[in-house]
Design a protein around this ligand. Structure first.
Ligand code: FMN
Length: 210
């Protein structure tokens, strides 16, 4: 069983990374494999060419950043964590670029993410935590994922790298989130061959026009 996290921060070793380190310790304890995927700041935006959807490639035509590797690892994983710093009240720009391309290529046609476990959190200096947390959850909400929560909203406070570790409540929230993810991944795995997942099929796109 494996969980991957997409760290949308452009900086290494920052607050998002340190929160993911806390989660990593929980996954080790729970016997769950865990990998952090951090694409960094040089990520292309979606070009809206729709090649991925029209050809069903499950990959983006832009091949010179980490997005296709992220897609492959997300498809393989049992659980996916979306983590981003708050930038101007929303997810970081590079995270948005990643999400647009991952979800269009592998989520919007033959959805590769349905029934996978999903969870999210953000880090921030002061404001915009709820909006950003909900933005991340909303992406998975449209992918038929099993969303796992903690005992408070996923927003950990800290500005400079390491400050988030002083947010005791926030760090407890992400640790509990990791334990809940591990539990749900194990529950779904244990049900394999006993309780079938519900039937699902490709969505009918209607675009509000005839
Ligand atoms: C461009 C930019 C915009 C930001 N906007 C916000 C914001 O709207 N609200 C907030 O509380 N913090 C904001 N911050 C602070 C970051 O969210 C905060 O430092 C976060 O913990 C960084 O995570 P990292 O260390 O993993 O990169 C912003 C930082 C940058 C660089």
């Amino acid at each position: 069983m494996k969980v991957v996290a997409i760290n949308g921060s452009p900086r290494n070793g920052g607050n998002v990374s340190q929160c993911l380190d806390i989660m990593a310790k929980e996954f080790v304890r729970e016997g769950i494999e865990f990998e952090v995927l951090q694409p960094g700041p040089r990520v292309h935006p979606c070009m809206a060419c729709y090649h991925c959807l029209e050809k069903g490639t499950l990959h983006c035509v832009q091949n010179d950043d980490m997005v296709n590797e992220i897609i492959d690892k997300c498809i393989e994983a049992d659980g996916i964590i979306l983590a981003s710093p708050v930038y101007h009240g929303a997810i970081a720009g590079s995270m948005k670029c990643v999400m647009d391309r991952v979800m269009l290529a592998a989520g919007c046609g033959e959805n590769q993410f349905h029934h996978k476990v999903g969870a999210a959190f953000c880090t921030l200096r002061r404001s915009g935590g709820m909006e950003t947390y909900q933005q991340l959850l909303g992406i998975m909400d449209a992918m038929e994922m099993v969303i796992v929560t903690s005992d408070y909203w996923g927003a950990v406070h800290g500005a400079d790298p390491g400050e988030a570790m002083q947010d005791i409540e926030g760090t407890e929230v992400v640790a509990k989130l990791a334990r809940n993810i591990a539990w749900m991944v194990k529950v779904i795995d244990a049900a394999k061959g006993k309780i079938d997942p519900p039937e699902t099929h490709k969505r009918t796109f209607t675009n509000f026009i005839r």
